[in-house]
Design a protein around this ligand. Structure first.
Ligand SMILES: Cc1cc2nc3c(=O)[nH]c(=O)nc-3n(C[C@H](O)[C@H](O)[C@H](O)COP(=O)(O)OP(=O)(O)OC[C@H]3O[C@@H](n4cnc5c(N)ncnc54)[C@H](O)[C@@H]3O)c2cc1C
Length: 337
């Protein structure tokens, strides 16, 4: 290649980079307009590798802060026009195929400490629910309901996650958040409203730590209960398939308690089954044959297949029983036009 052609090529790359929000410096590409960070910042991150359903287009930016100070500094310097989307481990998300026009923020190692003081458990938002349950149980504290929920503590608070009759709200004491403007605030139980798979954590606030209180119970009994819960899940749910857990909230308005006296009439799985939709398929998406309220990626599903099947199920269930199913899975991002 001649020197002139090289220069023309470089200029073309430079123009494309500028249009994409990048610029070139001596070391190659750097990001334009985003604050400096000690953490990791990437452009055009494929979200399908970060969600349990393995679907999702590109996020404009993907940010993993090094620590709290890094997160605060980044958010306070980030132009307010740029949206952010805090995510956990993507176990309750369909990211649409067109991706997310936002800075996706995912907390990592700097945010996963679990500390126990008396009856209180302080857990970093990136700590996995299962780790928190196990560590609490080893100290004789009962947060066993978290053991089989595959998310992180940040996601658990946002969703008021729960099962077997216990919810995050039952144990919640306080949480530390970083607001969109980069300020740290502490919220107490009386500052929030909790509902079924719902809390009033503001959309763009990043949860960084949650404090729970739990009853003191013999660690052996807690361990036994957690093993029983894992076995029960494996018996009744498609735990080996790609899913995001329950697709729709139970029309009864509460999650299954797992108790024998908990009637099935207003469970989402039952009304889907009654409408003849167990095993229903659309493209690579399927309503699980094992548990009809689990929407699974049965092979190369797109987000459009999954969401499309979910909407079809909502329509058919309404036609069959006049029950309007409400999504429990969060759907975010843009479809492909
Ligand atoms: C097999 C399976 C079984 C499941 N069983 C249950 C169950 O029994 N009970 C139950 O409640 N759920 C269940 N789920 C759903 C899911 O695990 C929970 O909703 C979980 O709490 C989501 O956590 P996450 O870290 O994956 O959050 P994500 O899915 O990544 O995000 C969910 C929401 O939380 C927000 N969020 C996440 N982290 C933060 C943060 N640090 N700061 C602010 N917002 C944040 C996101 O913006 C998003 O709105 C199941 C899922 C699967 C795959």
């Amino acid at each position: 290649m001649t020197a002139r052609n090289k220069l023309i090529n470089l200029l073309a790359i430079y123009c494309q980079c500028a249009a994409d929000g990048h610029r070139m410096d001596g070391e190659g590409l750097v990001l334009l307009d985003l604050p400096k960070t000690r953490g990791k910042l990437a452009r055009d991150r494929d979200m399908s590798s970060l969600t349990w359903l393995r679907v999702g287009g590109l996020a404009d930016y993907f940010f993993q802060p090094e620590d709290e100070a890094d997160l605060r500094g980044f958010l306070s310097a980030l132009s307010p026009e740029i949206s952010i989307f805090p995510m956990g481990v993507g176990s309750n998300l369909i990211v649409r195929d067109g991706g997310l026009r936002a800075v996706v923020i995912r907390l990592g190692r700097g945010f996963n400490k679990i500390q126990i003081e008396g009856l209180r458990v302080n857990a970093g938002a990136a700590a996995l629910d299962a780790h928190v349950a196990k560590k609490a149980a080893a100290a004789g504290l009962d947060l066993t309901f978290l053991r089989t929920i595959p998310g992180s503590i940040g996601g658990a608070l946002r969703m008021n996650a729960g099962c077997y009759g216990s919810y995050v709200a039952d144990h919640f004491i306080s949480a530390r958040l970083i607001t969109r403007a980069g300020e740290e605030i502490t919220v107490l139980k009386e500052d929030l409203v909790f509902g079924y798979r719902y809390s009033t954590i503001p959309d763009e606030a990043v949860v960084i730590e949650v404090t729970f209180e739990a009853h003191s119970v013999d660690p052996e009994a807690l361990h036994k209960r957690m093993v029983e819960q894992i076995n029960k899940r494996d018996e009744t749910q498609p735990t080996k398939d790609l899913s995001a857990g329950s697709t729709f909230r139970n029309p009864s308005g509460f999650s299954s308690t797992g108790r024998a006296d908990d009637p099935n009439d207003l469970k989402a799985w039952k009304v889907i089954d009654d409408a003849g939709l167990r095993g229903a398929r659309l493209g690579g998406a399927q309503m699980s044959k094992k548990h009809p309220n689990f929407l699974i990626n049965a092979g190369n599903a797109t987000a459009a297949d999954l969401e499309g099947l979910g909407e079809l199920v909502r329509k058919r269930v309404f036609k069959h029983s006049q029950i309007e199913l409400m999504w429990e899975i969060m759907r975010v991002g843009e479809p492909i036009a």
